[in-house]
Design a protein around this ligand. Structure first.
Ligand code: HEM
Length: 379
């Protein structure tokens, strides 16, 4: 069943007038743009929609020396190579699936940056989620473990130049690259930190209907198509707090794998018993105007590639919301792990059995999946 949205601008992101520039990129003449400023500008304008993740697919940054060495201190990206290495170790489970830290890292990147508002400004990608104690808010339940990890990274790497705002956003892009089939998104550093808690009421709730959610995201310069594109991140998730009676149940058949199953499964009624769909996702998936883009991403042949390039472009927008000096950021994508292009689960049969089993909260299998461990009980 589908419904119709009144808003005529839906899916008009290919209209050159629609994508909005942000912060200093709105006013700086092209002649004053740095390489990074020009790159981010072209991504925000969707001039080259595939660049955000294909450009640096294979480039690997090599640290010029140990973390504390003068050579490392002299190169902005060096500390980030050590950060990314530690994050990769923390985020990948023994099956190769990404674990709960990775999923939380992606959600954390959104919950820090997504507090910015076009109409009212304030906060954004400034690390205030962690530094300002926003973890205490009910909307942020489920992010406790990654919040603690971020503090640990900060204590290890801050004296070498890594700020919290960048740690949070680097966590989100390292995690996307670690999740099998995920994109390697262009990653930038140089954001300012803030310990001033962000204004409340700027993050979405899964109980909300499509219209208010779309309005909320439009106030972040994220249009309906962009929202659909970002929502696919739920494909890796295993909710714990939206319905505590079903804690551990996944949002698609592929928890911990960056697949397009979320797009195939969310609008349908015949999905495995354990797939737990958020009201908000179903709402957005079943609007008539959503169906074409939802269908593009659901395509079993080309959907993943299309979604990955779209996701990377929109995530870059999200990751610079509220940053006043985008032109001065530095690109460090080479520090990210290389992406895993093809993935075959070592425990496919057991996973399928569990997905179709009777619902019960947080059984052993759900915990194994959250850790990226095999349902066979061995690696
Ligand atoms: C309409 C907008 C959105 C709503 C209502 C929403 C809501 C939620 C809720 C309720 C959870 C489950 C938390 C829990 O119980 O543990 C969740 C998980 C998640 N969200 Fe969203 N979200 C939205 C948009 C986004 C966006 C834009 C991203 C990323 C770009 C994102 C990434 C994630 C991820 C990766 C998880 C899985 C976390 C885990 O398994 O630990 N979400 N979201």
């Amino acid at each position: 069943m589908s419904r119709t949205l009144s808003h005529p601008a839906f899916l008009s992101k290919r209209d050159p007038e629609t994508p909005e520039l942000l912060a200093d990129l709105k006013t700086l003449p092209d002649a004053e743009l740095t390489r990074v400023g020009a790159l981010i500008k072209s991504i925000l304008l969707l001039e080259n929609a595939t660049a955000p993740f294909t450009q640096n697919l294979t480039y690997v940054y090599t640290a010029p020396g140990p973390l504390a060495s003068p050579e490392c201190r002299a190169d902005t990206c060096c500390v980030w190579s050590y950060v990314a290495e530690e994050m990769e170790r923390d985020f990948r489970g023994p099956t190769g699936r990404c674990n709960e830290f990775a999923r939380q890292a992606i959600r954390l990147g959104f919950h820090d940056a997504g507090t910015w508002s076009k109409s009212e400004g304030g906060s954004g990608a400034d690390g205030s989620f962690v530094l300002g104690g926003e973890i205490a808010r009910p909307i942020n339940r489920g992010l406790e473990e990654i919040n603690n990890k971020m503090w640990a990274y900060y204590h290890t790497f801050h004296s070498y130049g890594a700020g919290m705002a960048d740690l949070v956003q680097m966590g989100a892009t390292v995690a996307a690259a670690v999740c099998p089939q995920g994109p390697r998104i262009l990653s930038f550093v140089g954001r300012n930190d803030s310990d001033v808690p962000a204004p409340e009421g700027r993050l979405p709730q899964a109980t909300q209907d499509a219209e208010p959610l779309i309005a909320l995201f439009e106030d972040k310069t994220i249009d309906r198509g962009d929202l659909i594109t970002l929502l696919g991140a739920h494909t890796i998730g295993q909710q714990r707090f939206e319905d505590t009676a079903r804690a551990g149940d996944p949002q698609s058949s592929t928890p911990g794998v960056w697949s397009t199953d979320f797009y195939r499964e969310t609008p349908r009624n015949d999905t495995p018993k354990r797939v737990f769909k958020f009201h908000s996702d179903v709402e957005i998936a079943t609007f008539e105007e959503s169906l074409p883009l939802w269908g593009v991403f659901a395509d079993p042949v080309n959907g993943l590639e299309t979604w990955n390039s779209g996701y990377a472009a929109v995530y870059i927008r999200l990751s610079v919301l509220g940053v006043p000096h985008i032109n001065n950021l530095v690109e460090c994508t080479g520090v990210l792990p290389l992406p895993v292009r093809n993935y075959s689960a070592p425990d496919g049969a057991e996973l399928s059995e569990w997905l179709n089993s009777d619902r019960a909260p947080m059984r052993e299998e759900a915990i194994l999946l959250m850790n990226g461990e095999s349902l066979k009980g061995e690696v």
